[in-house]
Design a protein around this ligand. Structure first.
Ligand code: SF4
Length: 380
């Protein structure tokens, strides 16, 4: 793993983005004015794992004034996917199902501490678990093997839901392919965080760009309206993130919390209306469990009545009943909710590394622990 120094990161940032200097300067000026008004610890949460990557990779934290803290949020779907889903899929692979998964869920640990912990471990033991690059690949695999039963592990937020919803809607999914819907919806977890974890004490939120391309920037209007929190939907270039921080500080200074869409080149206020229509005809919204966190109201998606025959739980008569899947010593739920940093975990880069992940936040490239492990941040 090659880790560049913070000086190199900043040099790289300014070389590629000459305007960044000007924005950072303005951020400092607003932060100073806010400090004069008693704002000594302004907490801005970036929801999305990809924003966390941009912040960490380009060393943006080290450019922040002392009274501005950037906090990683819950935007990693693999990190919050229940561990007992993985246990179930491992069991099915042992019962002659072919289990198909995206690469970033393949090493996701179940609830066991040793032995067969992931689909990757199951593969090593000789059971048929495979990585696919898309749901269409899963469809092709199931078509080629009509006598074998297949399960697709559908992990993701609203960005990923259309990828299974559309083929189901089009009627091209074979009957020997079931789907375990681990889909989770993003606005409800932010509502949960603000209602149930007041200790997070957020002053501003950078809302996700990719998710908002589907659900629309308007999906976040409840944040300034109901919680008076300045919110910016942002893109993923360092300039996008710096601008989002600047807009948030300006709104705090002017005491005018609003929703700003900085990512207008991709995100529309209403989102992708066709994708949403298809998604919500194929899936119904239900209360769902987030790993190590709990049941969050209206935050999950199961197949609606018309498509229920493809739903793994329905088809096999299983009940999706939460099981305690917090791994001893792992602080992933706290990291996910912005209540701890990866470096607060005693297992970080000791028992838990990108090559040998112990907890779920070290598995996916969107997981905060994995991002920090691969881009070592400074000024913690
Ligand atoms: S470093 Fe590993 S064990 Fe610690 S919180 Fe992160 S994922 Fe969990």
């Amino acid at each position: 793993m090659y880790i560049v120094s913070i000086e190199e990161k900043i040099k790289n940032l300014y070389e590629k983005n000459p305007q960044a200097n000007i924005i950072v300067d303005k951020i400092h000026r607003y932060a100073e004015k806010l400090s004069g008004k008693g704002y000594n610890n302004i907490k801005i949460m970036n929801f999305c794992g990809t924003h966390e990557w941009t912040i960490t990779h380009y060393g943006l934290r080290s450019l922040m004034p002392d009274n501005v803290e950037l906090i990683a949020g819950p935007g990693c779907p693999v990190c919050i996917t229940p561990g007992y889903y993985v246990d179930l899929l491992i069991k099915l692979s042992m019962e002659n199902y072919t289990v198909l998964s995206y690469g970033d869920s393949y090493k996701l640990p179940g609830t066991k501490l040793r032995g067969v912990r992931s689909l990757f471990d199951a593969k090593i033991r000789g059971w048929d678990t495979r990585i696919v690059y898309s749901f269409l690949d899963a469809i092709k695999t199931a078509h080629k093997n009509p006598d074998r039963k297949h399960v697709f592990f559908a992990v993701g937020f609203e960005t990923t839901m259309p990828t299974t919803a559309l083929p189901l809607y089009q009627g091209i999914v074979p009957k020997n392919l079931l789907i375990l819907s681990a889909y989770r919806l993003t606005p409800p977890i932010m509502k949960y965080l603000l209602d149930e974890k007041p200790e997070a004490r957020l002053d501003g939120i950078i809302a996700p760009g990719h998710v908002s391309a589907v659900i629309g920037s308007n999906a976040w209007s409840f944040l300034p309206r109901d919680y008076s929190i300045p919110t910016v939907v942002a893109g993923f270039e360092p300039i996008d993130v710096l601008l989002a921080i600047l807009y948030i500080l300006k709104m705090i200074y002017e005491q005018k919390p609003m929703l700003v869409n900085e990512y207008t080149r991709v995100v529309k206020p209403e989102g992708n209306t066709i994708a949403k229509k298809i998604m919500y005809s194929v899936y119904s919204v239900v209360d769902s469990y987030w790993r190590g966190i709990g049941v969050v109201k209206s935050s999950g998606a199961i197949h609606s009545e018309k498509y229920r025959e493809y739903d793994l739980f329905h088809n096999l008569g299983f009940e999706d009943k939460p099981v305690d899947d917090k791994l001893p010593g792992c602080k992933c739920p706290e990291v996910t909710l912005g209540l701890a940093k990866p470096t607060d975990c005693p297992l970080f880069m000791k028992r838990c590394t990108p090559n040998n992940p112990y907890g779920p936040c070290m598995v996916s490239v969107e997981g905060t622990c994995r991002i920090w492990a691969e881009n070592l941040p400074v000024k913690l």
